[in-house]
Design a protein around this ligand. Structure first.
Ligand code: FA5
Length: 343
């Protein structure tokens, strides 16, 4: 067996020396050292037939020869790979006369996204979840579960786009549509915001678009009161517009809260003196809010005797207008790059 090992070595080493490329080398490696049918592996099988003295000597020789062949293969592989690299480099060309290509313009966040992200950070710092939801919504979550029955006059205030021949599906008119969905999913206690796109069949003007963004919030726990709500809303207004910002809350009817309020901040354009944007009032309406109606809690599967909560819906698009002094809401989505590039 020792003779056979010596013969194998004398055969393998010269073959390795004349190999010209890496794939042939791998083939050769399998031929001699391959685990299944490699010649060396086949010889190793014969070891078990030797007596213990022979086994010791032959085993030692076998290891030495195997190591020698492995080293020769590794060395050859290194040589071949350097040669391949050198060949590639020698073929490469750098064309110094090629004209300079201008840097591609990279995009940036839309002002709406900038304000949304800032508010998401603020709410996350106060322990709120940030939730997403659907834009094509069922009549149930957009109206019914919010205490707005089929014949309720409040449906008039939020005229929307219904899906033809699918009367129960519509483009959501407000992010409040995610209130009951979220409470059903996460239960109480709950602190969440849900920003997103809303749609209304509006006669558009400087403050009203058919497609706009809102940012809804819901807080539910035991013993939540109106004072908690006011503090959160003022925190948002001051985060966006500075610590001097005044917030005005006035009663407003929304079927899904009781009591309900609408919230205004000082008009950005006239500083409160009165102008066409704020309809000469000095104030700009930016949110609706209120204590969640017991019926909505019931629809969501909660007991209104145990839990209370508040909800608010900011007109995110209006916040953007206020923050950047944009005097026409329609500019935000008309796709004019001259406008968007200013932010
Ligand atoms: C609502 O949509 C209620 N879902 C808000 C709410 C939530 C009340 C939770 C109570 C509890 P309203 O229709 O007032 O309410 O709209 C809220 C805000 O969205 C408005 O203050 C305004 O800033 C913005 N908004 C409403 N319609 C438009 C529109 N067509 N274009 C741009 N912004 C709008």
């Amino acid at each position: 067996m020792q003779d056979k090992l010596q013969q194998l070595k004398e055969k393998a080493l010269p073959e390795i020396a004349v190999i010209k490329n890496e794939s042939e080398l791998t083939e050769l490696e399998n031929k001699y050292l391959g685990r299944k049918n490699g010649e060396m592996t086949e010889l190793m099988k014969g070891l078990k037939e030797l007596n213990s003295e022979e086994k010791k000597n032959t085993g030692q020789l076998l290891n030495e020869i195997k190591k020698e062949i492995e080293e020769a293969i590794n060395k050859k592989r290194e040589v071949l790979s350097n040669a391949g690299f050198n060949e590639r480099v020698s073929k490469e060309k750098v064309d110094l006369s090629q004209p300079y290509l201008p840097k591609k313009e990279s995009g940036h966040l839309h002002p709406n996204s900038i304000v949304q992200k800032k508010l998401e950070d603020l709410f996350v710092s106060m322990g709120f979840l940030v939730l997403d939801s659907v834009e094509l919504e069922s009549d149930y979550y957009n109206f019914e579960a919010l205490n707005i029955s089929d014949t309720h006059p409040a449906r008039e205030m939020q005229d929307t786009f219904y899906i033809k021949n699918h009367g129960n599906w519509l483009m959501r008119t407000h992010t409040s549509a995610n209130q009951v969905r979220a409470i059903e999913k996460f239960g109480a206690p709950l602190r969440m915001i849900t920003p997103g796109r809303c749609f209304r069949n509006e006669a558009t003007d400087a403050r009203h678009e058919h497609t706009f963004y809102q940012l809804e919030g819901v807080v539910i726990d035991k013993n939540i009161n109106f004072g908690h709500m006011k503090a959160v809303l003022e925190t948002v207004a001051r985060c966006l517009f500075g610590s001097e910002t005044k917030v005005r809350l006035r009663p407003k009817f929304y079927p899904f809260v009781e009591p309900g309020v609408n919230g205004e901040v000082t008009c950005f354009l006239c500083g409160g003196k009165g102008c066409s944007v704020c309809k000469q009032t000095g104030w700009m309406e930016i949110f609706g809010a209120g204590m969640i109606h017991p019926n909505v809690l019931k629809y969501s599967g909660l007991d209104p005797k145990v839990y209370s909560g508040f909800a608010f819906g900011f007109g995110l698009t209006r916040l953007v207008m206020l923050k950047y002094g944009i005097d026409d809401v329609r500019l935000l989505q008309n796709g004019d790059l001259r406008f968007v590039k200013q932010f």
